[in-house]
Design a protein. Sequence first.
Length: 398
Amino acid sequence: MVMSCCRTKPGTGHVVPYVQRLLSDTLSAEFQSLSKVDLENVTGSIAVIGAPEDAVLISEALLDCDLRDNISGRHAPDQLPDFSGETIAPLLDRANAPYSGFLSGGNPDLLREVTVRNVLLSLDTLCWQRPFDVMPPIRKSGAKLVILASTVSSVYGLDQLDTLRKVALSHLPVFSSLEAMLDDAASRKPGTRHMLVWTSASNYESGVWQDAPAVRNLPSPSSCVAYPAADSLSLRDNFLSMLDNYIEEFGTRKISFILLDDPSVDPAEIDAVISSLLASDDDNLVIYRNMLAPDAVCLSPSRSLRVLVFDYMRKANLFSHMIAYPHLSGMFTAPARGLDDEAYAPSGDFADDFRYLRAQDRPGQDYVPVMLRDRYIPDSLKVFMKQRAPKMYSRYVR
């Protein structure tokens, strides 16, 4: 029965123990939270779940997006954010990130479980005020739509969620960064399309893109190549280096899309490099110019998701229609109280061995959602937010 409920797109054909338990206990609170999602209740939040940097970028894009006329839906900015009246609820998964450690540690099924647990946390209407809190939890808005911000979560967890949703007959819309970019590319150029993926070193080394079913099963002769950024090179030189690697493997077939899977890189900078190459008359750059389609474009999770989510919400009538600027209700995950001493690092975060190698389907909660406040944001993330997510930075950093 479980296999018959899997999604039509390729999946792993494997159900992790945590999901198996939920499927065998359809009266559990977790299963019921999925089965009782009501799309007529438009007051819920848009949950953005993933590694902190990934979730921050997509949340910022939703806060700042003004590509459409809010009344007619036509492609024309109207000086009003497209997601006005909505609550954007990023869940920064500090407890479990970076996700590549699950793969390098040989425990991808635990990452699948974490992805499902995080979605169920977003549906819950309770959260904690501070880490290791002894006070009762407080109320929060449950999600009406979920975005998996990290590519790794799209690859390791989306099929588990779809199995659960189909058995639970759940109406919860779930978007993933990986499929959003691929769907965006398909809508722009149906049929044959050649893509170059710019990914982070950690994702490349962990084999995420090689393991991604949606990538492996792109219609032939489409191709997708992943190369990490090299810190020693400028962004332009790094781009040319990636094209050199692409030539060695695939020749000079024209590239229509650059898929950006590295939060440290600004897609606007990739746009500038593409434009400069297409406009260049330098003989040394002819081979690179000829490799790029005249309308080559850089797609990123934040760019693709803001369009696809808007279109879906408009079609499904999921907008709250409240007259207000988008509201931000951020949370982060923190280790739960009462675990064994070996579970905690001196900082209070999970010790790496526990984070990546703990047993699957452990009883109780290993981590909990906590309200996001200035003092709980690491300095490195504050710097990132200041540079790449100024609206979110202004609301949380004092």
